[in-house]
Design a protein around this ligand. Sequence first.
Ligand SMILES: Cc1cc2nc3c(=O)[nH]c(=O)nc-3n(C[C@H](O)[C@H](O)[C@H](O)COP(=O)(O)O)c2cc1C
Length: 168
Amino acid sequence: MNTLIAYGTRKGASRRTAELIAETLTNVDGRLCIVKDAKRVGRAQLEGADSIVIGSSIAVGRWKPSAKRLLRKAGATGKPVAVFVSAAGMLSGKEPGSPDAEPKGTLAEREAEAVARYIDPVAAKTGARPVAQAAFGGRMEMFGKVMFDNWDPEPITAWATDLTRKLR
Ligand SMILES: Cc1cc2nc3c(=O)[nH]c(=O)nc-3n(C[C@H](O)[C@H](O)[C@H](O)COP(=O)(O)O)c2cc1C
């Protein structure tokens, strides 16, 4: 059993997430994982995989185009596909421009909102029907200043552990 884990990143957080997902899947059930930038995934990799995980960085509400294109192709294979986004802004719960305000809602509510806003519409548009979706934190830097750093290995490991039974 092998799983392709492809990511679209701007600053590397989504790649870190993809690598941790791969490490977890391998630890849990010994599967072979290939981690690759979505823009370097070709037909051979899609054909060779038994299941596929695709992740994207979110900026101004948008996916990396390479990850979105790959999601469309992955969905068309009929293989099990799981999707994640790296959405440090939404998961922080802070309104843009109000870094000192109290975060809005619970983390679970923010994760659900990020899935609804960033994954569901893209999955619908690409025709993919993911077996699992998740929104994780990441890292956001602007003009050399770290605005958010909420990359957390724990929810990523938990989601990937659960994925082993969904990606069969
Ligand atoms: C210009 C810019 C726009 C962003 N827009 C959003 C956004 O709309 N929603 C969100 O949740 N996070 C937003 N973020 C935060 C990124 O999602 C976060 O930094 C993520 O971890 C980036 O992943 P990457 O390192 O794989 O590119 C933005 C970050 C930048 C720099």
